[in-house]
Design a protein around this ligand. Structure first.
Ligand code: ADP
Ligand code: MG
Ligand code: ZN
Length: 638
């Protein structure tokens, strides 16, 4: 309170001066038109408005697809679909009480596309004035709200809600999460067990003069279970769990972040032993001075406050601070100094065994049919994180309920995997020229995949559209082989080119379509990596870094290349010749298999989906050339 009044006294004079200056400027036309809005407001493409309550309902029903936040979290434009109206997209404006961490995590969990729009840059005078006005406006509205709630029946309730809507931080007295609920990250669990012991029996350590570490950093991509692990530590130790998220501090008024951190640590000290979890610490803890166009005061002050609090820990006060990030590379080195987050625990995406154990955890409360084998699901889902797997089983359960079945079957799981990887199923095209072209395209992929020895086996070919794709060919990657050979990479390039090659062989060069765009991008990626990273070209085993991308704050990318112009040219030449010759081989292969292709396409158009076994037995039956022997030498050449 004290502080606040001092602030007003200090700022009152400059503010008055500023106002006079402002009026002078505006009248004189000195300030550019349009500068009147200091922050970017929701664009007026939004058609309607909705209440915050209705927005929460929509979110609960999974109707929200995108949220654009404006004005530092005070309003948003929400994109929602209406399932009753053919999934028509509506854009609605909502006033938000702030960005509560629960809301953020719900958005993230539901995969809602989410963006925060920074305030528009303003002319210097407005910048100064804006900064001065904001705290006053805030104070004004604080007083206004407090009065209103006091004067109204049910006022206290509203006052509390206001307090809550500022999303100060969260406290859970008992998380109820145990280490058994976190699977597939055994090393991380092993390292973190020690922290549980610190929290449970600190005396044991202090008695022998050991200093207990203050904090640890959990490093890993989103959805691997960092938050869950932190909660499990608190749950195992039986201590309260405090959390806040770094991303909330971005776009906040200067000073609020630091005072929130102070409050948090104060509360935590009252409740020690306890655990503090700072999610997305990179949002406040970026290397200072790295941003373009000056730092962000708010971030810096928040970060400094966290560091000050941690440095102020005297001996052992029973508080452990855990932070999570997926960008340890951008963190300020001050964070990583001894006594702060000096321990790093990496939380990696699970391997096949890890995925199996995560599936076991999440299927505990699900009714699975007898045909479902969790190992098979784990095999089909390389690259899935714990969150993806949890989502997968949930999607499968929803499908099962929708189909009015009693148990989740293999079909539901398969459908859910397809849906998560490739998007929603659409309606198949009716027979016609486009469907035929798509069928040839997909059979082209699958046929190359089947005939080229080093290629991953075909799992399924389908003409049922999903997401953006009109047809899809699925391959079953050879699980966890880790190392991939040159022949395999070439085979993958051929497989990806198979679609376009089939179009060309059957319909002629003039008729090829844009449908191969994604494939071609993939090809370019693999080929370039073969040349520049894996030393698999005539240039030899050299690592040629091409534009290391460094992401700075905002949209500015700075690229740095340590490659000379001549090297870059020869890289391009190598890539061109590699892809060019593989494309020629692919066209030749499919041309030789034309009659086989025609017959498989007929069957596919009729059945719409062929699984891997069906497909390969069709190829076996229709092919005229025993190709495998012919193709292996082809791949090892050149
Ligand atoms: P992160 O914080 O790393 O982004 P979360 O801990 O928020 O990931 O994970 C989100 C959800 O995904 C969890 O609540 C849990 O249901 C599931 N999940 C993620 N990782 C695991 C795991 N290793 N074991 C079990 N469940 C997991
Ligand atoms: Mg998290
Ligand atoms: Zn394709």
């Amino acid at each position: 309170m004290n502080n606040r009044w001092r602030t007003i006294a200090l700022w009152g004079l400059p503010l008055l001066l500023g106002l006079f200056m402002l009026f002078g400027m505006v009248r004189g036309g000195g300030v550019a038109a349009g500068a009147s809005s200091a922050t970017a407001a929701p664009s007026n493409t939004a058609v309607g408005r909705m209440t915050y309550g209705r927005f929460l309902d929509y979110l609960g029903n999974g109707r929200v697809t995108a949220v654009d936040v404006f004005e530092g979290g005070r309003s948003a434009v929400v994109e929602a679909v209406d399932p009753d109206l053919d999934n028509r997209v509506q854009r609605l404006r909502v006033d938000l009480p702030g960005l509560a961490p629960e809301l953020l995590s719900q958005l993230k969990q539901q995969g809602v596309s989410f963006d925060v729009h920074p305030p528009r840059t303003t002319p210097p005078l407005f910048g100064v004035l804006g900064n001065l006005l904001f705290p006053l406006l805030l104070i004004g509205s604080l007083i206004f709200l407090a009065r209103r709630s006091a004067g109204m029946p049910g006022g206290p309730g509203q006052a509390m809600q206001f307090g809550k809507s500022k999303a100060r931080f969260m406290m859970e007295a008992e998380t109820g999460v145990k280490f058994d609920d976190v699977a597939g990250v055994e090393e991380a669990k092993q390292e973190l067990r020690e922290i549980v012991t610190f929290l449970r029996t600190p005396e044991r350590f202090t008695a022998v003069g050991a200093t207990i570490p203050n904090g640890a950093l959990l490093v890993g991509p989103p959805g691997t279970g960092k938050t869950l692990l932190a909660k499990a530590i608190a749950g195992e130790a039986g201590v309260p769990f405090f959390s806040l998220s770094g991303s909330e501090f971005v776009e906040m008024f200067v000073g609020v972040g630091a005072s929130r951190v102070r409050d948090l640590f104060k509360k935590a000290k009252e409740n020690a032993p306890c655990l503090i979890f700072v999610d997305e610490i990179d949002a406040v803890g970026r290397q200072r001075g790295a941003g373009m166009g000056g730092g962000n005061d708010e971030r810096e002050q928040t970060l400094n406050q966290i560091l000050t609090e941690m440095d102020g820990f005297e001996g052992n006060n029973g508080i452990i601070v855990l932070a999570a990030t997926n960008r340890p590379d951008v963190l300020d080195s001050a964070l990583l100094r001894p006594g702060r987050f000096d321990r790093q625990v990496s939380v990696d995406p699970p391997d096949i065994k890890g995925r199996l154990s995560i599936l076991e955890v999440h299927s505990r409360n699900k009714k699975l049919g007898d045909d479902v084998r969790l190992e098979a699901i784990a095999r089909r889902t390389p690259g899935f994180t714990g969150a993806d797997l949890a989502n997968l089983l949930n999607e499968a359960a929803i499908l099962t309920a929708r189909r009015r079945k009693d148990f989740i079957g293999l079909v539901e799981i398969d459908d859910a995997v397809d849906r998560i990887i490739a998007g929603m199923e659409g309606r198949p095209l009716t027979d016609g020229r486009s469907k035929r072209l798509i069928a040839y395209h997909e059979v082209g992929h699958a046929l190359v995949g089947t005939l080229v020895e080093a290629h991953d086996p075909v799992q399924k070919v389908t003409l049922i559209p999903r997401g953006q794709a009109q047809g899809l060919t699925w391959f079953a990657p050879d699980e966890e082989q880790g190392l991939v050979s040159r022949a395999q990479l070439k085979a993958r390039i051929m497989g990806a080119l198979g679609g376009r090659a089939a179009e060309e062989v059957v319909f002629g060069r003039a008729e090829v379509t844009t449908g191969a765009g994604g494939d071609i991008q993939q090809v370019a990626g693999i080929a370039r990596q073969m040349v520049t990273q894996y030393g698999m070209s005539d240039i030899g085993p050299l690592s040629l870094s091409e534009g290391n991308q460094e992401v700075f704050l905002g949209r500015d990318l700075l690229t740095r290349s340590d490659m000379s112009g001549a090297t870059a040219r020869s890289v391009d030449e190598q890539v061109f010749s590699l892809v060019g010759s593989l494309y020629k081989d692919t066209v030749a292969l499919l041309a030789a298999q034309r009659s086989c292709m025609d017959r498989v396409v007929e069957v596919l158009i009729e059945q719409e989906t062929l699984d891997g076994d069906e497909f390969s037995s069709l190829v076996e039956a229709f092919t005229t050339v025993p190709v495998k022997e012919r193709l292996t030498p082809l791949l090892s050449a050149g």
